[in-house]
Design a protein around this ligand. Structure first.
Ligand code: ADP
Ligand code: MG
Length: 854
């Protein structure tokens, strides 16, 4: 039945055929891969692999003939494998590929290699996140990238312009593994390049880095492999050209997953481009500071705050939408329209969401079917998920705009009925013990089951009659996996055992015997059971093939369900939190009435969020300088504007009473070093690098959020830098900018530029205490309220009084309280007198406006 579960025999382990087989398989793998070798019901690790495995998994290490070994049960292997992979190791699984026969070495082959990028164990993947394996090819300042999520079949490829774009993409996709071409050992330059790449990747995050044979990335290999897989004549359909590094990356990735990791890729049906030109750019810094996907502190990320999806696939899609805001007005408006439909139709939405709640992770389940790893229970889950499709389709409106969705949501009632007819209600997690097909489904299966059942009844009758015949009251029928069915007699009654009983096994308090007719029946029963199991396996395989035939249709339906889920979830959110549909326009303008911060407003308890208005446009209000004391709400206001604009660009409704938003090309957010403690790299240098990048890239269509930039250095340096940056953005980049600062001197800019607006956070002073109104008002704040904030924070009254004394002393010393600001302004005027105007015919508006600081 089974191969013995002992270690190879003989003096030196290398001598046994099984050990030779082990070494052969091991030699097929790169040295770093751990080999799990199937022996009966266990996967065994040998030698160094065993030492590593035992240490990582906390297992007992044993020795046979001096070879260290440890094993994990086959039934719970997935969890162990996932732990090894999460500890940074790749794991090869070597299975028995034929039915074991006594006395003969079983054929064993490596069936899959699991790495971070090919981890498929549902228990160790986050359901609402993709698990991408990404390949990267560098060449002449450009990068080719390809990313594949094995679990869903999603495959994307494209070309990136440089390291910054690469960093943004990695931040967005968060691949768990990155595959790069192996560099020849003798090429110094190549090594230096791969060294740089490594440094870059390590700076970007937690992905595992794998080198794969360079040849696999060659254009010839890549195009051959991909054309054969997709069965097309040209790659143009996928936006790939012969010479593009994207093609190399895609081919290399395919080769790595298929040949080295031996993964089945039949469920990968198309390549979507990674394109940047039609997306709003959110660089890695903005993604982090806006806390889109994860929050630095205890609070929620934007994604967590807005996610009302009900299916894992919907959750993954919403995440993608958030990372890839659109720049095409008609695409945005198409999403808005869909959301508006579900928002207005409460009843339909409720019904839809009830149906969606029954849909499981269809995409991943289908991928498991394609890879042959789906269990009976998972097939059952697919059936349950397909059931509601027909009704979901009926709920869609009948207009032609929804044709794509309706077309993709082909009802699968016939398939559902077929599975329902075949499988039992309460499915076991594995097909190995059988019992998954309904009685009456297949006559041949029924016959085999009946034979086994009859045999068992015979056994019961036999036990009874033997007890009567021998008068042995303790006699019992037992089953042992090696010795089969045996008659057990207690030690006290051994003397009465009949002579025709044959002893087979001795226990502490009993002995076990057999008889010829018992042996004959055992063969019949086990034969029937074994054949029933084999037969059920075949039936199950046939059912799996039926599903595979329909895979493309089912995958399309799964993706349509994802989209419908996201759209309905955003409608639900809009209803729940009273979001409005923003009007999208072509001019760069941000006009928000009653705007709220989508995350903070949900987090406040027992306190109302105070809504605020915003107006920015390219001509009259390009740069808004926002001042106000600490904790007044400046940072919240700034981020809320960025988040509202972002939400508008994914097609979502926004937390406001009215919004008109121009299509933007980028959103930048920069936080001064002292404010950004959470990221762990709060140095002034980083702050300046980010600012430099922003000055290089911001256009008239960009929204720029600056929060206390310039704070990471001494006051005068900081003020000068903040001043120069603000000028540059306003005059040269001409982007829409909000600049929160504690340098009140910056308010002076409004005196020389008509496009500058001064805003401040309203504060009311009551009995020497500052009361924050959280309202943004026009104008400059008249004092800094530092002492009031200190009092608010609980500084002792004695210390506050002393600080007030020092302050009035300092103020008295200065001849003119505003002298510092005045000095800056005078210097500035002198410079301007020598300079030509920046734009022809551009009239400086300072003559007309009052001098607020003077
Ligand atoms: P600042 O940047 O001016 O120091 P923050 O933006 O960090 O201030 O805001 C401080 C706190 O005030 C926030 O944690 C938030 O709880 C609260 N807050 C900010 N804006 C509002 C608002 N509009 N309504 C209600 N509470 C707010
Ligand atoms: Mg702040």
């Amino acid at each position: 039945m089974k191969s013995p579960q002992s270690s190879p025999e003989g003096k030196a382990p290398a001598e046994t055929p099984m050990m030779a087989q082990y070494r052969e398989r091991k030699a097929e793998l790169p040295a770093d891969v751990l080999l799990l070798f199937r022996l009966g019901d266990f996967y065994e690790l040998f030698g160094e692999d065993a030492q590593t495995g035992a240490a990582l998994l906390g297992l007992a290490l044993t020795h046979r003939q001096g070879v260290p070994m440890c094993g994990i049960p086959v039934d719970s292997a997935d969890g162990y494998i996932a732990r090894l992979v999460q500890a940074g190791r790749r794991v090869a699984v070597c299975d028995q590929v034929e039915t074991p026969k006594p006395g003969k070495l079983v054929r064993r082959e490596i069936t899959r290699v699991v790495s971070p990028g090919s981890l498929l164990d549902p228990a160790s993947l986050r359901s609402k996140e993709n698990n991408f394996c990404l390949a990267l090819v560098a060449g002449r300042g450009r990068f080719g990238v390809a990313a594949l999520d094995l679990g869903t079949g999603e495959f994307r490829a494209g070309e990136l312009g440089g390291e910054a774009e690469l960093a943004d993409l990695l931040c967005r996709l968060r691949p768990s593994e990155i595959v790069i071409p192996e560099e020849a050992a003798d090429s110094r330059r190549a090594q230096a390049r791969s060294g740089e790449l490594r440094a870059l990747l390590e700076a970007c995050g937690r992905s595992a880095l794998t080198e794969h044979t360079k040849w696999a990335f060659s254009p010839e290999q890549a195009s051959g492999l991909l054309l054969a897989h997709f069965g097309t004549k040209s790659l143009a359909a996928f936006d790939l050209t012969e010479a593009s590094p994207a093609l190399s990356a895609a081919g290399g990735l395919f080769h790595y997953l298929r040949e080295e990791l031996r993964q089945d890729l039949s469920h990968v049906r198309d390549i979507r481009p990674i394109r940047r030109s039609d997306l709003l750019v959110l660089d890695a810094v903005a993604q982090r500071t806006l806390e889109l996907l994860s929050a630095a502190g205890r609070g929620k990320s934007l994604l967590e705050a807005i996610d009302r999806t009900l299916t894992p696939g919907g959750g993954r899609l919403l995440r993608q939408w958030l990372c890839e805001p659109l720049r095409d007005r008609s695409q945005i408006e198409a999403r808005q329209e869909a959301i508006a439909y579900w928002m207005e139709e409460d009843r339909r939405r409720w019904e839809l969401r009830e149906l969606l709640a029954n849909v499981r992770d269809l995409e991943r389940l289908l991928a498991r079917v394609a890879q042959g790893s789906a269990t009976p229970r998972e097939i059952g889950a697919i059936k349950e998920s397909l059931k509601p499709l027909a009704r979901i389709r009926e709920l869609l409106p009948r207009s032609c705009r929804w044709e794509r969705w309706r077309g993709n949501l082909e009802p699968q009632d016939d398939l559902v009925a077929e599975i329902e007819r075949a499988l039992v209600e309460d499915l076991p997690p594995s097909w190995r013990d059988g019992g998954i097909f309904r009685p009456g489904f297949d006559p041949a299966l029924d016959a085999l089951r009946e034979a086994a059942e009859k045999g068992k009844q015979w056994l019961l009758a036999f036990e009874r009659s033997e007890r009567e015949r021998t008068g042995l009251r303790s006699l019992k029928l037992r089953y042992h996996p090696v010795f089969g069915y045996l008659l057990e007699v207690a030690r006290g009654q051994l003397s009465q055992v009949p002579a025709d009983y044959v002893r087979r096994q001795t226990l502490a308090n009993a002995e076990r015997f057999t008889r010829p007719e018992l042996q004959a029946m055992e063969e019949k029963i086990l034969g029937a059971e074994g054949r029933a199991r084999e037969y059920e396996k075949e039936l199950f395989e046939a059912l799996r093939r039926r599903l595979c035939e329909r895979l493309p249709v089912l995958q399309r339906a799964a993706r349509a369900v994802n989209e419908i889920d996201v759209v309905a979830a955003l409608a639900e959110l809009a209803r729940e939190r009273q979001y409005v549909r923003p009007e999208m326009v072509d001019d760069p303008v941000v006009e928000i009435a009653g705007g709220r911060h989508p995350v903070v407003e949900q987090a406040l308890v027992g306190e109302r969020f105070v809504p605020n208005d915003t107006y920015l446009d390219g001509r009259r209000a390009r740069l808004a300088i926002l001042t106000g004391p600490n904790m007044a709400g400046k940072s919240t206001y700034l981020r809320q504007i960025a988040l509202i604009c972002l939400l508008a660009h994914i097609g979502s409704f926004v937390p406001a009473t009215r919004a008109r938003i121009g299509v933007l090309d980028r959103i930048f957010t920069r936080i001064g070093a002292s404010d950004d403690l959470a990221s762990g790299q709060s140095t002034f240098l980083v702050e300046m690098q980010e600012t430099a990048n922003l000055l290089r890239h911001a256009t008239e269509r960009s929204l720029v959020i600056l929060d206390e930039v310039g704070r990471g250095t001494s006051t005068f340096d900081g003020l000068s830098i903040a001043w120069a940056v603000a000028e540059e953005l306003c005059d040269r980049n001409r982007c829409l900018t909000l600049f929160a600062t504690h340098y009140h001197e910056l308010a002076e800019l409004a005196n020389t530029r008509s496009a500058v607006r001064n805003l401040s956070m309203a504060v009311r002073e009551i009995d020497g205490r500052a009361v924050y109104l959280r309202k943004v008002v026009e104008g400059v704040i008249d004092k800094s309220y530092g002492l009031q904030v200190a009092r608010l924070a609980g500084l002792p009254e004695r210390t506050i009084r002393r600080a007030a004394e020092v302050l009035s002393g300092l103020e008295a010393e200065e001849e003119d309280p505003a002298s510092r600001a005045m000095e800056v302004r005078r210097r500035r005027r002198r410079e301007e007198a020598e300079e030509l105007p920046l734009f022809p015919g551009w009239d400086r508006p300072d003559a007309g406006e009052g001098d607020r600081a003077g």
